[in-house]
Design a protein around this ligand. Structure first.
Ligand code: FAD
Length: 304
């Protein structure tokens, strides 16, 4: 068996595997796709000490760094279930069962898409999901935020300080965000809020030049010219496969303590799949390291 089996090969999993391998303990890493969300990212400017790096290059660097240690890497493998017996057993979709004394879950998350025409085509060409990451690219421009929940309104407040003008589009007749956020939003001079509207298309040929929406009250279709669209309709953790095993919150995020321990002894979790409040590369790397050191600490105290 492994001492530590890491599930996921994004920033959190890579960091965890490097930390445990450096303790000289037997480490395995199983992932569907090495690099995770980073592989889908155009440019990264907030990984401290790296001024700018393209996502696929960072993903390659993560993989090369992990491969420079004796880590047993299994890619293109999907994990389907986990069970605690004497050891922890992780079952892959091909039926294979991996056994380990401890497991670090780092399966990440994915942004929920609107699915409208133009969204996929113009991703990274004006369609964005992360205000902390891409906000500064839209300095002085007109943008829209799709979604009037807490994350949408937080994004709109944040972006209003950077961009020229923000239009918020909410499907329901009322915003769902906390009252304190709404109050803050409505106090800003460069924000327009459209409620009871449905985004129908993001327009532009090689970059975003506008969007179309349906006024749900009047049934009228309308167009706005703008240069950016931030989609904020939810971040979904990749944790469905854990149904009925360990404790998760109402968003499906794995609940961890300050040692990144989950509700199952010996199972730790790190990165975007957890209830960590902010989802960023540097934070995922930090929590991966924290989970790894905690797993090591668990191993030296345990009888298994
Ligand atoms: P992920 O990167 O999501 O990795 C998850 C890993 O788990 C992958 O290897 C995946 O294949 C694997 N996996 C999932 N389910 C299974 C399964 N069942 N079995 C096996 N393997 C599985 N953050 C920044 O800090 N700066 C930025 O500029 C930035 N820009 C972004 C741009 C975009 C377009 C996106 C989508 C995200 C961006 N982020 C940015 C967020 C950042 O990418 C994430 O916070 C970070 O990648 C999370 O790391 P993670 O290791 O927790 O998860």
């Amino acid at each position: 068996p492994y001492d530590v089996l890491v599930v996921g090969g994004g920033p959190a999993g890579s960091s965890a595997a490097i930390y445990t391998a450096r303790k000289g303990i037997r480490t395995g890493l199983v992932a569907e796709r090495f690099g995770g969300q980073v592989r889908d990212t155009l440019g990264i400017e907030n990984l401290i000490s790296v001024k700018y790096i393209e996502g696929p290059k960072l993903a390659d660097n993560l993989e090369a760094h992990v491969r420079s240690y004796p880590v047993d890497i299994m890619t293109a493998q999907r994990v389907e279930s986990i069970a605690k017996k004497d050891l922890i057993e992780v079952t892959l979709s091909n039926g294979a069962v991996l056994k380990s004394k401890t497991v670090i879950l780092s399966t990440g998350a994915r942004w929920r898409n609107t699915g409208v025409p133009g969204e996929a085509e113009l991703k990274n060409k004006g369609v964005a999901y992360c205000p902390h990451c891409d906000g500064p690219l839209f300095q002085g421009k007109d943008i829209a935020v799709i979604g009037g929940g807490n994350s949408g309104i937080e994004a709109a407040i944040d972006l209003a300080g950077i961009v020229k003008h923000v239009t918020v589009l909410e499907f329901m007749p009322e915003l769902k965000a906390d009252a304190v956020l709404q109050k803050r939003l409505y106090s800003l001079p460069n924000v327009t809020v459209l409620k009871n509207v449905q985004l129908t298309e993001i327009t532009g040929s090689d970059k975003v030049d506008g969007l179309n929406y349906l006024n749900r009250e009047t049934g009228e279709e309308q167009h706005i010219n703008l240069q950016g669209v931030f989609v904020q309709i939810g971040l979904v953790p990749n944790t469905d496969w854990l149904d009925g095993t360990l404790e998760r919150n109402r968003f499906g995020e794995i609940i961890v303590d300050d040692h990144n321990a989950t509700s199952i002894p010996g199972v730790f979790a790190a990165g975007d799949c957890t209830n960590s409040p902010y989802k960023q590369i540097i934070i995922s790397m930090g929590s991966g390291a924290n989970a790894a050191l905690s797993a090591f600490d668990y191993l030296i105290r345990s009888e298994v």
